[in-house]
Design a protein around this ligand. Structure first.
Ligand SMILES: [Zn+2]
Length: 134
């Protein structure tokens, strides 16, 4: 054995990439291709679909903000699910299932949802005071 020979590089421990949809092992396949087993897109951070929960959160948040004008209970009705959907989307992003675009949408949805909840609560309080003092 030649002592001057450099030691072989240690093998790099790497988990086998697997299809997100069916779990098929995708070792050596292009991340831009599709799974040969189920035909779904092979995971790529830039191509992960936008989270449906993030979009729902944004839409509900928008409605919560728009309905702030005079309708406290309506803002609450939309603000609460907006925050919940935003939380679901944020968890999807944290687990790496969705990209950063979803994180931005989820944050915007949650902020608008919270604004809707706060304004909605104020609206409900005002409504109660008005009802108690005709
Ligand atoms: Zn698959």
């Amino acid at each position: 054995m030649d002592p001057s020979a450099p030691p072989p590089p240690p093998p790099i421990a790497q988990p086998a990439p697997r299809c997100q949809a069916c779990g098929y092992e995708l070792t050596g396949m292009s991340v831009e291709g599709v799974c040969p087993e189920c035909g779904s897109r092979i995971w790529n951070p830039n191509q992960t679909p936008t989270s449906g929960a993030a979009i729902a959160s944004l839409v509900l948040g928008c409605v919560a903000i728009l309905s702030c004008v005079g309708f406290g209970p309506v803002s609450l009705l939309f603000g609460i699910p907006a925050v919940i959907c935003g939380e679901i989307a944020a968890r999807q992003v944290k687990r790496g299932e969705r990209g950063n675009a979803s994180a931005g949408l989820a944050l915007a949805g949650r902020i608008m949802g919270w604004v809707g909840i706060v304004v909605g609560l104020v609206g409900v309080v005002v409504l109660i005071i008005m009802l108690l003092n005709p």
